[in-house]
Write a new protein. Structure first.
Length: 475
């Protein structure tokens, strides 16, 4: 089984003082079990973004150590910068990387939030997947009013006091998928143009899906600053072309763009593929082939995984196999879409085929993650059953673990149902030479649905309070 690995990306409201940035660096790297991958500081935004990975316990410890330093060294009452902020440590997201579920990252967020509230006296709001209220899912909503506005009112945080810390403010801690911070600079000083474009393209205004955007002036240029919440829905290349087109309508050109922090390589490869009109770009990457040949792909080979499945351990098991069936189904849908795109005979449906391809690739990535997640979450069930039977909290712990184990196959069902629909659609409009492939995709998606439902049924049957599963939303 893959060792648990989580990413943490804390944002601190300091981008110009080297001593403070170094102190934050030291706090994180002094914790055993974490690796600092990247630090980006911006003086105009007066903000630093640290990216590190580690095992869950170490990640929480490193985040807390850095937050303590930020609390001691950063005074928001004397702080100014272009970027919205409400805390010395403004936001701390946990992101599952390997052997981790989103629910486990939510638990990490709660663990850290409770400790910060008690030991540092800072109000903590849980956001994104960890949010306890619908209005706290989106960070801009949590941060409304920023530090100055929050000082004037009584707060209702998830942890900590009801008033902001006098110098460290408040903090948002959460769990989310990979997010890409992406900025585009315009060849203009007119920040009003950046603000107009940001409003036009962001999701909340009816623009691109899974995009947050604002306009700033940075280093004498107008900047459209974006958070791409899901690069499989809106990749950087889509955002770039949308901003470029909107700028051109206003008689302005794009000067440059930048990534803040790190970005999954598939986004860059996808951008190159789109620019070259090369839909199978990922199949031609030399370094990826070398990693596969050297066994450095980050996990077991297909044969090794099948051997694990056939072994005597309960994980991976039927849930992982169901998720894999869904993954293969989505891959086949993507294949048929690619065999349709660029063919003159199917020019009339090319636009829709491209949309199906994008959605199928997103579903493929999500279902592939659920293959590993199903095995990882079952480990929690095993741990719960090992609690002594005379422990008064055992029954609740077992039910919690079983419910968590049911959530992953529930996610498989939701995605596999959509793959099933896409398989039928691409089979009807796509390349007729690949009709059988679309049919196989549909059959595999059906197997994924049935297999995942069977896993849900088994987990819920073992619970003492199965009615708690109403929130799984399977319909």
């Amino acid at each position: 089984m893959t060792a648990p690995l989580v990413e943490c990306v804390p944002n601190f409201s300091e981008g110009s003082d080297p001593a403070t940035i170094d102190a934050l660096h030291t706090a994180i790297t002094s914790v055993a079990g974490v690796q600092l991958l990247d630090v980006q500081s911006d003086t105009a935004h007066n903000r630093s973004v640290f990216t590190f990975v580690g095992n869950p316990t170490a990640a929480v410890e490193a985040a807390f150590a850095a937050m303590r330093v930020a609390t001691e060294r950063i005074d928001l009452s004397k702080h100014s910068g272009e970027h919205p902020r409400m805390g010395a440590t403004d936001v701390v997201p946990f992101v599952p990387v390997a052997g981790m579920t989103m629910d486990e990252c939510v638990a990490l967020a709660r663990m850290l939030g409770e400790r910060v509230g008690k030991e540092l006296g800072i109000p903590v709001f849980l956001y994104a997947r960890a949010a306890t209220r619908p209005e706290r899912v989106l960070l801009p909503e949590v941060r409304k009013g920023e530090f100055e506005g929050m000082r004037e009112r009584t707060l209702e945080p998830d942890f900590g006091p009801s008033r902001v810390h006098p110098t460290a403010g408040a903090t948002a801690i959460g769990a989310r998928p990979f997010l890409v911070a992406y900025n585009i600079y315009l060849d203009s000083k007119d920040v009003s143009i950046a603000k107009e474009i940001a409003k036009q393209i962001r999701t909340s205004s009816g623009g691109l899906p899974a995009v947050q955007a604002s306009g700033f002036e940075v280093d004498g240029l107008a900047q459209v600053s974006m958070n791409l919440l899901d690069i499989d829905i809106t990749p950087p290349t889509t955002a770039f072309h949308a901003v470029k087109a909107a700028a051109a309508q206003r008689g302005v050109e794009v000067k440059k763009s930048e990534i803040v922090g790190l970005i999954p390589e598939r986004a860059i490869i996808g951008a190159a593929g789109a620019a070259l009109q090369l839909p199978d770009a990922t199949d031609h990457i030399l370094e990826a082939r070398i990693r596969e040949a050297q066994g450095g792909g980050g996990g077991p080979s297909l044969n090794e995984w099948i051997d694990e499945l056939a072994g005597g351990s309960p994980t991976p098991g039927g849930g992982s196999a169901a998720a894999l069936a869904g993954t293969l189904a989505a891959a086949l849908v993507a294949m048929v879409a690619r065999l349709t795109i660029g063919r003159k005979a199917y020019a009339a449906v090319e636009g829709r085929a491209r949309e199906i391809l994008a959605e199928a690739e997103r579903l493929r990535a999500e279902l592939r993650r659920l293959v590993d997640e199903d095995a990882a979450v079952y480990a929690g069930v095993s741990r719960a059953y090992k609690i002594p039977k005379d422990d008064p909290g055992r029954t609740r712990a077992v039910d919690d673990a079983l419910l968590a184990a049911a959530r992953t196959p529930a996610e498989v069902v939701k995605r596999a149902r959509r793959v099933h629909q896409l398989a039928a659609e691409i089979g009807a409009i796509g390349n007729k030479n690949a009709t059988s492939d679309a049919r196989v995709a549909g059959l595999l998606a059906g197997t994924a649905i049935d297999g995942a439902l069977e896993n849900i049924k088994v987990n819920l049957a073992a619970m003492t309070q199965p009615e708690r599963a109403k929130g799984l939303g399977l319909g």
